[in-house]
Ligand binder design. Structure first.
Ligand code: AMP
Ligand code: MG
Length: 486
């Protein structure tokens, strides 16, 4: 068959020892129909959108056919889920191949919801339309916010129902990522594989993501350092936009430093440091303000897995890993502090900035201020509609902030520009996400979803189109709760 679509697979993962995957075929589905296709991403991948919309294209996106060059597998991994170690693996995802893009980038093409695999553990291997559209919307919004993430190429409805608490329309998401290597992949190797298999995984990860680090002495320590750095930057960025991942199990934390697995994630509305949205996170393990310590905990699990690979005196090696876990905090703090400075228009850093930032956060917490809206309001100096800007607390802080800005040798235009590019005018607000999903799933009306998606494409634009999405949720919305959506 002539490859009109542009699939250009080169599959490197299958050269790893066989213990790391199982060959699987995606399950066939009855009546695939495309719900949404990401034309821009398709182009970046070297794929022709018009062809992907044809039956041959949809057949691939639904798992009914595999393109030439595909090596379809489910990956094996383990992980700590809410602190409990367990064997996992792709239970409902099939990796159909690694696409080499026109820019010579290598990315995984994965079908999420493509049927059972040897790792399904009794699950049906399928996914429902609502959660797949939710992942599509939020992952694409995260990408536009400038946050490393897996991408979403398409959602295809299967024409079959999936049974959860109720019967729901089934769907498959085509997920694209630099890789799906996880901390849990290393934990799996450490627990159940031979040392040379663990070594093969570490060398593969270095070659795929950190080729430069692979050439340095002590390369497994270097691997760890790279992952620590990427994760520290990632999680600081989450914090800066108010993102709560919701299920930071070690199997959901990548080696590449991309955000993956948008299950019960949410953005904070009011600034509540302890915010939790996931219905199953009863003890707040993955609360907004726990993401940093949890990331360090997860990385300690990666360190344990890598330990046997590093030669030398055991105490010295342990100290090296420990030092890098402390380094996470430095790296995170740098990223966060500079990010916060940017949000306040501070371009010439000073040590006192941190105190000014914390003062603002404290009064935001006290007055239950909306996180995203506050920074948008500061950017536009538009304090309408939100009573808390009338408080003495805010007015006192604002004076200090204005004085601080005057100390810089920067024009108001430069400050405004800095603030606009640091403070998204809009985010995927929980109540809006729910609204557009409800329309899409229950009313079969994708228009509001697509409009919202389009507005989220450049969250820093401050365009007119975005204004209707910028306001905080009506206060009568109650507590927002998310579900894993499996
Ligand atoms: P997640 O919460 O999406 O990170 O999934 C955790 C684990 O459960 C992974 O091993 C998934 O592959 C598996 N899983 C989630 N949903 C299903 C399903 N419907 N059928 C089979 N396995 C699933
Ligand atoms: Mg997962």
């Amino acid at each position: 068959m002539v490859n009109l679509i542009g699939w250009n697979f080169d599959n490197s993962y299958i050269d790893l020892p066989k213990t790391f995957y199982s060959a699987v075929q995606p399950g066939k589905v009855a009546a695939p129909e495309i719900t949404i296709l990401n034309r821009q991403l398709a182009e970046e991948l070297g794929l022709k959108s018009d062809e992907l919309m044809q039956p041959e294209g949809i057949a691939v996106l639904s798992g009914n056919e595999l393109p030439d060059g595909s090596a379809s597998i489910a990956q094996a991994y383990a992980g700590h889920q809410f602190g409990h170690f367990t064997m996992l693996g792709d239970g409902r995802a099939t990796l159909i191949g690694e696409q080499i893009t026109p820019e010579k980038k290598r990315v995984d093409i994965q079908l999420k919801g493509a049927g059972v695999t040897p790792y399904s553990r009794g699950g049906d291997g399928r996914a429902a339309l609502g959660p797949m559209l939710r992942e599509y919307l939020i992952s694409e919004a995260m990408n536009s916010l400038g946050i490393p993430t897996s991408r979403s190429l398409a959602v295809v409805q299967t024409g079959e129902d999936v049974i959860r608490e109720q019967s729901l329309p089934g769907a498959i998401l085509t997920r694209v990522a630099e890789s799906h290597l996880r901390i849990g992949t290393f934990q799996y190797a450490r627990q159940w594989s031979e040392l040379d298999e663990l070594k093969a995984l570490a060398d593969y990860s270095l070659a795929r993501h950190f080729p430069e680090a692979a050439t340095r002495p002590n390369r497994y320590i270097e691997l760890f350092k790279e992952v620590v750095t990427r994760q520290a930057k990632l999680i600081a960025k989450w914090n800066l936009v108010g993102f709560v991942h919701g299920v930071m199990n070690t199997d959901n934390m990548t080696i590449s430093g991309e955000t993956i697995d948008y299950g019960p994630c949410a953005f904070i509305d009011q600034y509540v440091p302890t915010a939790v949205f996931s219905s199953i996170d009863r003890h707040g393990r993955y609360a907004y303000n726990q993401q940093k310590p949890v990331a360090i905990w997860n990385l300690a699990r990666l360190a344990e897995a890598l330990l046997p690979l590093v030669e030398g005196d055991k105490d010295t090696v342990l100290k090296q890993f420990q030092a890098l876990l402390y380094y996470f905090s430095d790296c995170y703090q740098d990223q966060w502090l500079n990010g916060m400075r940017g949000k306040l228009g501070i371009l010439e850093p000073e040590a006192e900035d941190e105190a000014l930032i914390h003062q603002l956060l404290e009064i935001m917490e006290k007055h239950k201020a909306d996180y995203t809206h506050t920074f948008r309001a500061l950017t536009l100096t538009d304090y309408r509609d939100q009573d808390w800007f009338e408080t003495e607390d805010f007015k006192r802080w604002e004076k200090l902030w204005k004085l601080r800005l005057k100390k810089q040798n920067q024009s108001s235009g430069q400050i405004l520009q800095q603030m606009k590019q640091s403070n998204p005018a809009i985010i995927p607000r929980n109540y809006l996400v729910e609204q557009v999903l409800e329309e899409a799933v229950s009313q079969d009306n994708l228009v509001p979803f697509k409009q919202f998606l389009s507005a989220l494409q450049d969250p820093y634009a401050y365009s007119e189109e975005q204004e209707r999405y910028a306001m905080p949720a009506p206060t009568d919305q109650g507590n927002y709760q998310t579900f894993c959506g499996t």
